[in-house]
Design a protein around this ligand. Structure first.
Ligand code: ACO
Length: 363
Protein backbone atom coordinates (compact mmCIF):
# COMPACT_ATOMS: atom_id res chain seq x y z
CA UNK A 1 0.00 0.00 0.00
CA UNK A 2 1.28 3.44 -0.89
CA UNK A 3 1.27 5.83 2.03
CA UNK A 4 1.23 9.57 1.39
CA UNK A 5 3.42 12.05 3.22
CA UNK A 6 1.96 13.44 6.37
CA UNK A 7 3.82 16.47 7.56
CA UNK A 8 1.71 17.26 10.60
CA UNK A 9 0.90 20.74 9.24
CA UNK A 10 4.49 21.72 9.98
CA UNK A 11 4.90 25.46 9.40
CA UNK A 12 1.25 26.00 8.49
CA UNK A 13 -0.32 29.18 9.91
CA UNK A 14 -3.75 27.83 10.83
CA UNK A 15 -5.48 30.98 12.10
CA UNK A 16 -5.35 34.13 14.21
CA UNK A 17 -5.61 34.21 17.99
CA UNK A 18 -5.42 36.90 20.66
CA UNK A 19 -4.79 34.31 23.36
CA UNK A 20 -1.18 33.17 23.30
CA UNK A 21 1.93 33.23 21.15
CA UNK A 22 4.82 30.79 21.08
CA UNK A 23 8.04 32.13 19.54
CA UNK A 24 10.08 29.03 18.86
CA UNK A 25 13.25 30.88 17.87
CA UNK A 26 13.28 33.33 20.77
CA UNK A 27 12.06 30.68 23.24
CA UNK A 28 9.22 32.81 24.57
CA UNK A 29 5.58 32.24 25.45
CA UNK A 30 3.29 35.27 25.62
CA UNK A 31 -0.23 34.94 27.04
CA UNK A 32 -2.48 37.89 26.25
CA UNK A 33 0.39 40.31 26.14
CA UNK A 34 2.42 39.02 29.09
CA UNK A 35 5.42 36.72 29.27
CA UNK A 36 4.58 33.49 31.05
CA UNK A 37 7.40 34.00 33.58
CA UNK A 38 5.83 37.31 34.65
CA UNK A 39 2.31 35.83 34.87
CA UNK A 40 3.22 32.90 37.09
CA UNK A 41 5.03 35.23 39.47
CA UNK A 42 1.75 37.11 39.95
CA UNK A 43 -0.87 34.38 40.14
CA UNK A 44 -1.99 30.82 39.64
CA UNK A 45 -4.53 28.94 37.58
CA UNK A 46 -7.54 31.13 38.42
CA UNK A 47 -5.59 34.25 37.42
CA UNK A 48 -4.62 32.66 34.11
CA UNK A 49 -8.23 31.57 33.55
CA UNK A 50 -9.49 35.09 34.22
CA UNK A 51 -6.92 36.49 31.81
CA UNK A 52 -7.69 33.98 29.07
CA UNK A 53 -11.48 34.16 29.46
CA UNK A 54 -11.55 37.97 29.72
CA UNK A 55 -13.95 39.39 27.14
CA UNK A 56 -15.15 35.95 26.11
CA UNK A 57 -17.26 34.71 29.05
CA UNK A 58 -19.45 36.64 31.49
CA UNK A 59 -17.30 37.52 34.50
CA UNK A 60 -14.34 36.03 32.61
CA UNK A 61 -11.86 38.74 33.56
CA UNK A 62 -12.78 38.76 37.26
CA UNK A 63 -10.46 36.45 39.23
CA UNK A 64 -12.81 36.30 42.22
CA UNK A 65 -15.79 35.42 40.03
CA UNK A 66 -13.75 32.75 38.24
CA UNK A 67 -12.65 31.28 41.57
CA UNK A 68 -16.25 31.28 42.86
CA UNK A 69 -17.55 29.76 39.65
CA UNK A 70 -14.96 26.99 39.65
CA UNK A 71 -15.64 26.26 43.32
CA UNK A 72 -19.37 25.92 42.62
CA UNK A 73 -18.62 23.73 39.60
CA UNK A 74 -16.47 21.43 41.75
CA UNK A 75 -19.41 20.98 44.12
CA UNK A 76 -21.68 20.08 41.18
CA UNK A 77 -19.11 17.64 39.84
CA UNK A 78 -18.90 15.87 43.19
CA UNK A 79 -22.55 14.86 42.72
CA UNK A 80 -21.59 13.08 39.51
CA UNK A 81 -18.88 10.96 41.11
CA UNK A 82 -20.96 7.87 41.97
CA UNK A 83 -22.00 7.52 38.32
CA UNK A 84 -18.44 8.07 37.07
CA UNK A 85 -16.80 5.71 39.56
CA UNK A 86 -19.37 3.04 38.75
CA UNK A 87 -18.79 3.00 34.98
CA UNK A 88 -15.01 3.61 35.02
CA UNK A 89 -14.04 0.80 37.35
CA UNK A 90 -11.47 -0.75 35.00
CA UNK A 91 -10.14 2.47 33.51
CA UNK A 92 -6.94 4.38 34.19
CA UNK A 93 -7.52 7.96 35.44
CA UNK A 94 -6.90 9.54 32.03
CA UNK A 95 -9.36 7.13 30.38
CA UNK A 96 -11.92 7.68 33.12
CA UNK A 97 -11.67 11.47 32.66
CA UNK A 98 -12.91 11.00 29.09
CA UNK A 99 -15.97 9.31 30.56
CA UNK A 100 -16.32 11.99 33.20
CA UNK A 101 -16.48 14.78 30.65
CA UNK A 102 -18.90 12.75 28.56
CA UNK A 103 -21.49 12.67 31.34
CA UNK A 104 -21.60 16.48 31.42
CA UNK A 105 -24.60 17.78 29.46
CA UNK A 106 -24.03 20.52 26.89
CA UNK A 107 -26.38 22.83 28.79
CA UNK A 108 -26.95 22.80 32.55
CA UNK A 109 -26.99 25.30 35.44
CA UNK A 110 -23.46 26.71 35.33
CA UNK A 111 -21.73 27.72 32.06
CA UNK A 112 -20.00 24.82 30.32
CA UNK A 113 -16.46 26.20 30.72
CA UNK A 114 -16.84 26.30 34.50
CA UNK A 115 -18.40 22.84 34.60
CA UNK A 116 -15.58 21.33 32.52
CA UNK A 117 -12.77 23.05 34.46
CA UNK A 118 -14.45 22.38 37.80
CA UNK A 119 -15.15 18.72 37.08
CA UNK A 120 -11.66 17.61 36.04
CA UNK A 121 -9.91 18.16 39.41
CA UNK A 122 -12.78 16.56 41.34
CA UNK A 123 -12.84 13.54 39.07
CA UNK A 124 -9.08 13.20 39.07
CA UNK A 125 -8.73 13.28 42.86
CA UNK A 126 -11.50 10.71 43.29
CA UNK A 127 -10.05 8.40 40.62
CA UNK A 128 -6.57 8.47 42.16
CA UNK A 129 -8.03 7.78 45.60
CA UNK A 130 -10.16 4.99 44.21
CA UNK A 131 -7.00 3.34 42.84
CA UNK A 132 -5.57 3.53 46.37
CA UNK A 133 -8.74 1.99 47.84
CA UNK A 134 -9.87 5.27 49.39
CA UNK A 135 -13.24 7.07 49.24
CA UNK A 136 -13.57 10.48 47.54
CA UNK A 137 -13.12 13.68 49.52
CA UNK A 138 -15.69 16.44 48.96
CA UNK A 139 -14.44 19.70 47.43
CA UNK A 140 -14.08 22.92 49.39
CA UNK A 141 -15.48 25.62 47.09
CA UNK A 142 -13.72 28.38 49.03
CA UNK A 143 -10.28 27.14 47.98
CA UNK A 144 -8.46 27.65 44.71
CA UNK A 145 -8.14 24.73 42.30
CA UNK A 146 -4.57 23.80 43.28
CA UNK A 147 -5.20 23.81 47.03
CA UNK A 148 -8.50 21.95 46.73
CA UNK A 149 -7.13 19.39 44.31
CA UNK A 150 -4.26 18.49 46.64
CA UNK A 151 -6.64 18.38 49.61
CA UNK A 152 -9.06 16.14 47.72
CA UNK A 153 -6.18 13.87 46.70
CA UNK A 154 -4.69 13.54 50.18
CA UNK A 155 -7.66 13.96 52.48
CA UNK A 156 -5.77 16.66 54.43
CA UNK A 157 -4.71 20.21 53.53
CA UNK A 158 -1.42 20.35 51.63
CA UNK A 159 1.55 22.49 52.73
CA UNK A 160 1.69 25.94 51.14
CA UNK A 161 4.88 25.06 49.25
CA UNK A 162 3.09 22.21 47.47
CA UNK A 163 0.04 24.33 46.69
CA UNK A 164 2.23 27.07 45.25
CA UNK A 165 4.24 24.58 43.19
CA UNK A 166 1.13 22.99 41.75
CA UNK A 167 -0.52 26.34 41.06
CA UNK A 168 2.56 27.58 39.19
CA UNK A 169 2.64 24.36 37.18
CA UNK A 170 -1.07 24.63 36.29
CA UNK A 171 -0.73 28.28 35.27
CA UNK A 172 2.46 27.61 33.29
CA UNK A 173 0.82 25.03 31.03
CA UNK A 174 -2.69 26.50 30.79
CA UNK A 175 -2.32 27.73 27.22
CA UNK A 176 0.17 27.36 24.40
CA UNK A 177 -0.99 28.52 20.98
CA UNK A 178 -2.43 25.99 18.54
CA UNK A 179 -0.92 22.91 20.20
CA UNK A 180 -2.39 19.54 19.17
CA UNK A 181 -5.08 19.34 21.87
CA UNK A 182 -6.10 22.98 21.53
CA UNK A 183 -6.28 22.73 17.77
CA UNK A 184 -8.41 19.59 18.14
CA UNK A 185 -10.74 21.49 20.45
CA UNK A 186 -10.92 24.34 17.94
CA UNK A 187 -11.76 22.00 15.07
CA UNK A 188 -14.63 20.54 17.11
CA UNK A 189 -15.76 24.00 18.22
CA UNK A 190 -15.70 25.15 14.60
CA UNK A 191 -18.52 22.72 13.82
CA UNK A 192 -20.56 24.30 16.66
CA UNK A 193 -20.59 20.97 18.53
CA UNK A 194 -20.21 22.87 21.81
CA UNK A 195 -17.62 23.36 24.52
CA UNK A 196 -18.05 20.02 26.30
CA UNK A 197 -17.49 18.07 23.07
CA UNK A 198 -14.49 20.26 22.24
CA UNK A 199 -12.98 19.60 25.68
CA UNK A 200 -13.45 15.83 25.31
CA UNK A 201 -11.61 16.01 21.98
CA UNK A 202 -8.88 18.12 23.54
CA UNK A 203 -8.41 15.60 26.33
CA UNK A 204 -8.18 12.73 23.85
CA UNK A 205 -5.45 14.54 21.90
CA UNK A 206 -3.58 15.48 25.07
CA UNK A 207 -3.37 11.85 26.20
CA UNK A 208 -0.74 10.82 23.64
CA UNK A 209 2.90 10.43 24.72
CA UNK A 210 4.02 12.85 22.01
CA UNK A 211 1.93 15.59 23.63
CA UNK A 212 0.71 15.49 27.25
CA UNK A 213 1.63 11.92 28.02
CA UNK A 214 5.38 12.50 28.28
CA UNK A 215 6.04 13.29 31.99
CA UNK A 216 5.31 9.78 33.32
CA UNK A 217 7.76 8.29 30.78
CA UNK A 218 10.32 10.97 31.79
CA UNK A 219 10.39 9.45 35.28
CA UNK A 220 10.42 5.93 33.82
CA UNK A 221 13.51 7.01 31.86
CA UNK A 222 15.23 8.43 34.95
CA UNK A 223 14.44 5.23 36.83
CA UNK A 224 15.77 3.04 34.04
CA UNK A 225 18.99 5.03 33.71
CA UNK A 226 19.45 4.68 37.44
CA UNK A 227 23.09 5.73 37.88
CA UNK A 228 25.32 8.55 36.66
CA UNK A 229 27.62 6.03 34.91
CA UNK A 230 24.68 4.66 32.93
CA UNK A 231 23.45 8.03 31.64
CA UNK A 232 25.44 8.31 28.41
CA UNK A 233 25.27 4.64 27.33
CA UNK A 234 21.53 4.53 28.05
CA UNK A 235 20.78 7.72 26.14
CA UNK A 236 22.95 6.83 23.17
CA UNK A 237 21.39 3.38 22.87
CA UNK A 238 17.86 4.81 23.12
CA UNK A 239 18.49 7.34 20.36
CA UNK A 240 20.42 4.88 18.17
CA UNK A 241 17.56 2.38 18.49
CA UNK A 242 15.21 5.05 17.08
CA UNK A 243 13.64 5.90 20.44
CA UNK A 244 12.56 9.35 21.53
CA UNK A 245 13.84 10.90 24.72
CA UNK A 246 10.76 12.00 26.59
CA UNK A 247 10.85 15.63 27.63
CA UNK A 248 12.97 16.69 24.64
CA UNK A 249 12.11 18.12 21.24
CA UNK A 250 9.23 20.34 20.25
CA UNK A 251 7.52 21.21 17.01
CA UNK A 252 7.73 24.96 17.60
CA UNK A 253 10.61 25.54 20.02
CA UNK A 254 13.97 25.26 18.35
CA UNK A 255 15.59 26.50 21.55
CA UNK A 256 14.83 25.75 25.17
CA UNK A 257 11.13 25.77 26.11
CA UNK A 258 10.80 28.73 28.53
CA UNK A 259 8.37 26.71 30.67
CA UNK A 260 11.17 24.23 31.40
CA UNK A 261 13.07 26.92 33.30
CA UNK A 262 9.98 28.08 35.19
CA UNK A 263 9.40 24.52 36.37
CA UNK A 264 13.05 23.79 37.04
CA UNK A 265 13.04 26.73 39.47
CA UNK A 266 9.88 25.38 41.10
CA UNK A 267 11.49 21.96 41.49
CA UNK A 268 14.57 23.58 43.03
CA UNK A 269 12.42 25.56 45.49
CA UNK A 270 10.80 22.34 46.68
CA UNK A 271 14.12 21.40 48.23
CA UNK A 272 13.68 17.86 49.54
CA UNK A 273 13.71 16.36 46.05
CA UNK A 274 17.02 18.02 45.19
CA UNK A 275 18.92 14.70 44.98
CA UNK A 276 16.65 13.56 42.21
CA UNK A 277 16.83 17.03 40.66
CA UNK A 278 20.62 16.98 40.47
CA UNK A 279 20.52 13.59 38.76
CA UNK A 280 17.80 14.79 36.37
CA UNK A 281 19.82 17.92 35.54
CA UNK A 282 22.79 15.72 34.65
CA UNK A 283 20.55 13.49 32.49
CA UNK A 284 19.29 16.63 30.79
CA UNK A 285 22.81 17.91 30.14
CA UNK A 286 23.94 14.60 28.69
CA UNK A 287 20.72 14.16 26.69
CA UNK A 288 21.22 17.52 24.99
CA UNK A 289 24.76 16.49 24.13
CA UNK A 290 23.69 13.07 22.83
CA UNK A 291 20.91 14.61 20.73
CA UNK A 292 23.39 17.07 19.21
CA UNK A 293 25.80 14.24 18.39
CA UNK A 294 23.31 11.68 17.13
CA UNK A 295 20.63 13.95 15.65
CA UNK A 296 22.75 16.77 14.22
CA UNK A 297 20.86 19.74 12.81
CA UNK A 298 17.51 18.75 14.34
CA UNK A 299 17.67 21.46 17.06
CA UNK A 300 16.18 19.37 19.86
CA UNK A 301 16.07 20.99 23.29
CA UNK A 302 14.38 20.43 26.65
CA UNK A 303 10.60 20.81 26.66
CA UNK A 304 8.15 21.53 29.47
CA UNK A 305 7.51 17.88 30.25
CA UNK A 306 10.98 17.14 31.63
CA UNK A 307 10.70 19.37 34.70
CA UNK A 308 6.94 18.87 34.95
CA UNK A 309 7.78 15.29 35.89
CA UNK A 310 10.20 16.43 38.59
CA UNK A 311 7.79 18.97 40.11
CA UNK A 312 4.82 16.62 40.19
CA UNK A 313 6.89 13.82 41.67
CA UNK A 314 8.28 16.15 44.35
CA UNK A 315 4.79 17.10 45.52
CA UNK A 316 3.72 13.47 45.69
CA UNK A 317 1.48 13.22 42.64
CA UNK A 318 1.33 9.63 41.35
CA UNK A 319 2.44 9.07 37.75
CA UNK A 320 -1.01 8.00 36.62
CA UNK A 321 -2.22 11.51 37.46
CA UNK A 322 0.47 13.43 35.50
CA UNK A 323 -1.32 13.60 32.15
CA UNK A 324 -4.75 14.16 33.72
CA UNK A 325 -3.27 17.02 35.71
CA UNK A 326 -2.01 18.59 32.51
CA UNK A 327 -5.61 18.29 31.31
CA UNK A 328 -6.85 20.15 34.40
CA UNK A 329 -4.64 23.08 33.39
CA UNK A 330 -4.98 22.96 29.62
CA UNK A 331 -8.79 22.76 29.84
CA UNK A 332 -8.66 26.44 30.79
CA UNK A 333 -6.91 27.16 27.50
CA UNK A 334 -9.21 24.89 25.49
CA UNK A 335 -12.21 26.83 26.79
CA UNK A 336 -10.69 30.17 25.79
CA UNK A 337 -9.93 28.84 22.31
CA UNK A 338 -13.43 27.43 21.97
CA UNK A 339 -14.86 30.88 22.82
CA UNK A 340 -12.58 32.50 20.28
CA UNK A 341 -13.31 29.91 17.60
CA UNK A 342 -17.06 30.12 18.13
CA UNK A 343 -16.90 33.88 17.83
CA UNK A 344 -17.01 34.13 14.08
CA UNK A 345 -14.61 31.36 13.18
CA UNK A 346 -15.61 29.36 10.12
CA UNK A 347 -15.69 25.57 10.09
CA UNK A 348 -12.13 24.21 9.91
CA UNK A 349 -11.97 22.11 6.79
CA UNK A 350 -8.59 21.86 5.02
CA UNK A 351 -7.86 20.21 1.69
CA UNK A 352 -6.08 16.89 1.35
CA UNK A 353 -3.80 15.90 -1.47
CA UNK A 354 -5.07 12.67 -3.03
CA UNK A 355 -2.21 10.23 -3.66
CA UNK A 356 -4.25 7.02 -4.12
CA UNK A 357 -5.08 5.19 -7.35
CA UNK A 358 -7.18 6.99 -9.95
CA UNK A 359 -10.33 5.33 -11.34
CA UNK A 360 -9.55 3.20 -14.43
CA UNK A 361 -11.93 5.01 -16.80
CA UNK A 362 -10.30 8.32 -15.93
CA UNK A 363 -6.74 7.06 -16.58
N1 ACO B 1 14.34 12.19 21.06
C1 ACO B 1 15.07 11.72 20.01
N2 ACO B 1 14.88 12.14 18.75
C2 ACO B 1 13.90 13.05 18.56
C3 ACO B 1 13.12 13.58 19.60
C4 ACO B 1 13.37 13.10 20.90
N3 ACO B 1 12.68 13.54 21.94
N4 ACO B 1 12.23 14.45 19.10
C5 ACO B 1 12.44 14.49 17.78
N5 ACO B 1 13.45 13.66 17.45
C6 ACO B 1 14.03 13.43 16.14
C7 ACO B 1 13.13 12.56 15.29
O1 ACO B 1 13.42 11.20 15.48
C8 ACO B 1 13.47 13.05 13.91
O2 ACO B 1 14.70 12.48 13.54
P1 ACO B 1 14.98 12.06 12.02
O3 ACO B 1 15.06 13.36 11.26
O4 ACO B 1 16.27 11.32 12.08
O5 ACO B 1 13.82 11.20 11.57
C9 ACO B 1 13.71 14.55 14.11
O6 ACO B 1 14.12 14.68 15.46
C10 ACO B 1 12.48 15.41 13.86
O7 ACO B 1 11.41 14.84 14.59
P2 ACO B 1 9.89 15.06 14.26
O8 ACO B 1 9.11 13.87 14.72
O9 ACO B 1 9.73 15.48 12.84
O10 ACO B 1 9.54 16.30 15.16
P3 ACO B 1 8.08 16.80 15.47
O11 ACO B 1 8.12 18.27 15.46
O12 ACO B 1 7.10 16.14 14.58
O13 ACO B 1 7.83 16.23 16.95
C11 ACO B 1 7.65 16.01 19.26
C12 ACO B 1 7.77 17.00 18.09
C13 ACO B 1 6.45 15.09 19.03
C14 ACO B 1 7.41 16.79 20.56
C15 ACO B 1 8.96 15.20 19.37
O14 ACO B 1 10.05 16.05 19.59
C16 ACO B 1 8.90 14.12 20.43
O15 ACO B 1 8.40 13.01 20.16
N6 ACO B 1 9.42 14.40 21.68
C17 ACO B 1 9.35 13.41 22.74
C18 ACO B 1 7.97 13.42 23.40
C19 ACO B 1 7.73 14.64 24.24
O16 ACO B 1 8.58 15.07 25.00
N7 ACO B 1 6.52 15.21 24.08
C20 ACO B 1 6.08 16.40 24.79
C21 ACO B 1 6.13 17.60 23.90
S1 ACO B 1 5.71 19.08 24.81
C22 ACO B 1 4.01 19.07 24.84
O17 ACO B 1 3.36 18.61 23.93
C23 ACO B 1 3.34 19.65 26.03
Amino acid sequence: MIVGRNDGLDGVMAGDTVLSHVDGEAGTLVVRGHHIEELVRQGGLEDLAALLWDGFAEGGGDVKAVRRGLGAARMDAFEKLPALLEVSRDLAPIEALRVGLSILPDEAGLPAHLRVCGALPVYLAALVRRDAGLPPVAPDPALGTAADLLRMLRGTPAPDAHITALDIYLATVADHGFNASTFTARVIASTRAGLVSAAIGGLCALKGPLHGGAPGPVLDMLDEIGTVENIVPWLEKAISDGGRLMGFGHRIYKVRDPRADVLKAVARDLGPASGRLAFAAEVERQALGALRRLKPGRRLDTNVEFYTALVLEAIGIPRTAFTPLFGVARAVGWCAHVFEQERGGRIIRPLSRYVGPVPKQAA
